[in-house]
Every structure is written in C-alpha cells, then in structure tokens.
Design a protein around this ligand. Structure first.
Ligand code: CUA
Length: 321
C-alpha cells in the first residue's frame, strides 16, 4: 500500500505554514529559555545548599517581595507576549472568508474527500462546476479559499506543508487560506478520528502552474469518456441497470448520485479509496467484489456480480479517464 508518511510541518510550502512555523520557533526558543533557567537554578540550589559536614541548617527566609513579584511578572509577560504573537498569527493565517466565493469546496465523508469546484461567479460560459474525489487539484501562486464541510461526522483537513489543520464539522462551514508557492504534489491526512477507516483518509493535493490548472479544469468539465469495446459497453449498460448510480455520478450518463465519489474521471486519478491503492483494474475488481474485505466500515455495499459481469464493469470503470 502507498505510504507517504512521515509528513513534516517543516516542509512548509505556503506563507501560511511559514508564519505558523515562525510562531512555533518562538515557542521553542522561549521554552528552552525557561527550561535552561529552571535547570540552572536547580543545579545552583543543589550545590549551594548541599549537606555540609557541620550539619548547619541553612538560614530560613519567609517572604521575599522582590522574588515573588518576579515569579509572577515573568510568566505573565511571557504569556502576554505569546497571546499577542498568537493572535497576530491567527489574523495573518486565517482572515475571515467574508463573502468571497471559495475556489474549492472540500467535504469530508466516511471515508474519502469530495472536492467541488464552483463555476466562477459571472463567468460568461455557463459551465457546471467540477466534482472529483481524493486527488485535489489546485493552482500555485494564487491565494486560494478552501471551504471545508462534513457530510457525516467530524473530519479534519490537514496537509502539513500548507500549515494549519482545520476541522470539518457537520452543519458548519469552515475555511482555510492557502497560497502554494511551487507546483508539486503535497500529501496530508485526516486528523480527527472519524471511524474505522480514519487512517485511510489520505489527502493528495496536486498543484499545477496557473495554466496547467486551467487545462485540468477544462478537461474535468468534459463528460465521461464513452466506453470503447464490447466489454466496456456492456459494463456501462450493467452500471446503468444496477443501483450504482444511486450513489455515484458519472458525467454524461444517468448516474447522478452524490453519496459516493464522483466517477466521471475515475481512471485519471492515480489512487483509489482515499489513497489506499493505485487505481488498477485488479484493485477495482477486488473493491467491487468485497468492499468490506478491503476497507472494513466503508459505506460501499457488496453486490453479487458474476465474474464476467465484474470484468465488464471494471473495463468500463478503468476507461473513465
Ligand atoms: Cu476522516 Cu478521520
């Protein structure tokens, strides 16, 4: 199985992550300072007041205004400084979304990610928005607004290279800002326990140049490729006759469900089941044959297809580029 871990917050790919890391570094420096001070004092006291041959009790002091004032003032000042730095960081990293249209709406499901790209406001062409799953495409060099939602339980969106993590909460809309500096592939994980397959909610963000992103968006707006070959054609007919379309959508067909991942361009995604396996015919077949064996707790039901029917279905699905 594909395993992108470990992921590190120190591979910052956005100014938002840089800003969080700066605050983390301040915290580490302050914490090391406090640690050094406490250990230094402990060593000093241990040596100075160690047992002496004469067994003379050290002089007892009751009350020391200067020392007590310092002991209250220093932590207070430290907390005040970090409150100030923390609020400043929050405002810089997570300004309000106001009424701006999100660049992508991400919805956490048990156990996969849905990505919906709204058609731009006032765009001349009345293009429908794009919907995909698990592999999220974004442009580099632009400040993007991600809107975060949940379909069932609380999930948590976290791509460490992008900085903050953010909960996805049923009935609430959260948001995140990201400005990805360089095109590339960034990985993340669901960071709130959401059920048996929580660990298999991997995130993959494919970041393009602005031109590459527009190209991807245009390609994604196109309906699913028509099945080629007798087996795939039969598979498409079988898909249409079965209940698959109640949960899954395939652009340009009658399948219009929104419970499971959109399958319009399924085969152009490199992995399936939220990053669990590469998208291959063998894996698709295994998945449809017995979803619970592969991903226990997933909501995909088991169907009894004959081996021939499975071959047709998989031939159809593997052609959805
Ligand atoms: Cu979704 Cu944990």
């Amino acid at each position: 199985m594909h395993n992108p871990l470990p992921l590190s917050i120190f591979d910052a790919a956005t100014p938002q992550a840089d800003r969080l890391n700066l605050l983390t570094n301040y915290f580490i420096v302050a914490a090391l300072g406090v640690l050094g001070l406490v250990i230094g004092l402990l060593i000093y006291i241990t040596l100075k007041f160690r047992a002496k041959p004469a067994h003379v009790e050290p002089q007892q002091t009751l009350g020391n205004l200067k020392l007590e004032t310092a002991m209250i003032a220093v932590p207070f000042v430290l907390v005040a400084i970090f409150l100030y730095l923390g609020i400043g960081t929050m405002q810089a990293v997570l300004p309000p979304a106001d009424s701006r249209q999100p660049d992508v709406v991400l919805t956490g499901h048990q156990f996969w990610w849905e990505a919906r790209y709204p058609a731009p406001n006032g765009s001349a062409t009345n293009t429908a928005g794009v919907t995909t799953a698990n592999e999220i495409h974004l442009p580099a060099g632009k400040t993007l607004l991600l809107q975060l939602r949940a379909a069932d339980v609380i999930h948590d969106w976290w791509v460490p290279a992008f900085g903050p993590k953010m909960d996805m909460i049923p009935g609430r809309t959260n948001h995140l800002w990201v400005t990805i500096k360089q095109p590339g592939t960034y990985e993340g994980v669901c960071s709130e326990f959401c059920g048996t397959q929580h660990a298999w909610m991997r995130i993959k963000v494919i970041t393009h140049t602005p031109a590459g992103y527009q190209q991807w968006l245009r390609a994604s707006q196109i309906d699913a490729q028509k099945p080629v070959g007798q087996s795939a054609l039969a598979g498409a007919a079988l898909f249409g006759r079965s209940t698959c379309g109640n949960c899954h959508a395939i652009g340009g067909t009658k399948a219009n469900g929104h419970v499971g991942p959109n399958l319009t361009h399924l085969a152009s995604r490199s992995t399936m089941l939220a990053g669990m396996l590469p998208t291959t015919k063998a894996n698709l077949r295994q998945w449809i044959t017995d979803p619970q064996a592969l991903k226990p707790g997933a909501l995909m039901p088991k169907y009894m297809f004959s081996p021939d029917s499975l071959t047709m279905l998989v031939d159809y699905l593997a052609g959805l580029k």
